[in-house]
Design a protein around this ligand. Structure first.
Ligand SMILES: C[S@@+](CC[C@H](N)C(=O)[O-])C[C@H]1O[C@@H](n2cnc3c(N)ncnc32)[C@H](O)[C@@H]1O
Length: 203
């Protein structure tokens, strides 16, 4: 995981500072909840664009054994919370929920249940950011091979890289919709911004 971390982009997709005003207007809501966030690497990167979490909580959720290995000095400004992502999300109405490199570890029916757990906690202005690769619809000779070999690796774990259409299927089952996709400058990595379905047009 540590090697993979070095070659996987973290920032340069969703503009974390764009939500500053919304967070500062209501710091009683958590700024961001990182679900299955490991050692806090994503949250620590986000802090570079969102110093002090804009005054609201930054919460790292993972298994208790993973969190127990982290001291307060390892993750300054970040609160640890033991949580099993197969259960309903306990932090309600956060500004942002993020999941990085988690959904690709599971097949679609399992992802639907996990995302339903997040949707159950979201309010009208909450956003769910998926940080994963988006599998191209069609194989183009000469383009990046990473999603394909990663897909084979994930098959060993009962996981799979997903296309935009597959993400839409998962989100739809959970009552969510895509607001915008923020692709990395090259390759297939992206941040997918999602919200509760509004029934209206995407902005
Ligand atoms: C592939 S790592 C991704 C870590 C981090 N999101 C990142 O991008 O670096 C998967 C993480 O999910 C956590 N995890 C596995 N099963 C979990 C569960 N049932 N509930 C919460 N976290 C879990 C693991 O402990 C691990 O930290």
């Amino acid at each position: 995981m540590a090697t993979s971390e070095h070659v996987t982009p973290v920032l340069g997709m969703f503009p974390w500072a764009s939500i500053k005003e919304q967070v500062e207007a209501d710091t009683s809501r958590a700024f961001v909840v990182d679900i299955g966030g490991g050692r806090g690497q994503f949250l620590k990167a986000i802090q570079k664009e969102a110093p002090n979490g804009f005054g609201a909580k930054m919460i790292l959720q993972d298994r208790p054994d993973v969190l127990a290995s982290l001291t307060a000095e390892d993750i300054p400004g970040i609160e640890k919370m033991s949580y099993d992502f197969f259960t309903p999300q306990p932090v309600k109405n956060a500004h942002l929920y993020v999941m990085r490199r988690i959904l690709h570890d599971f097949y679609i029916p399992v992802c639907k249940e996990m995302v339903k757990n997040i949707a159950s906690a979201m309010g009208p202005t909450s956003r769910f950011i998926i940080a994963d690769m988006i599998m191209p619809d069609k194989v183009e000779i000469g383009t990046e091979v990473t999603p394909y070999w990663m897909d084979f690796n994930l098959m060993m774990l009962n996981g799979t890289e997903k296309s935009k259409k597959q993400f839409e299927e998962i989100l739809d089952a959970a009552g969510l919709e895509i607001v915008k996709i923020y692709p990395f400058a090259f390759g297939c990595h992206a941040n997918i911004e999602c919200r509760l379905k509004t029934g209206g047009a995407s902005s």
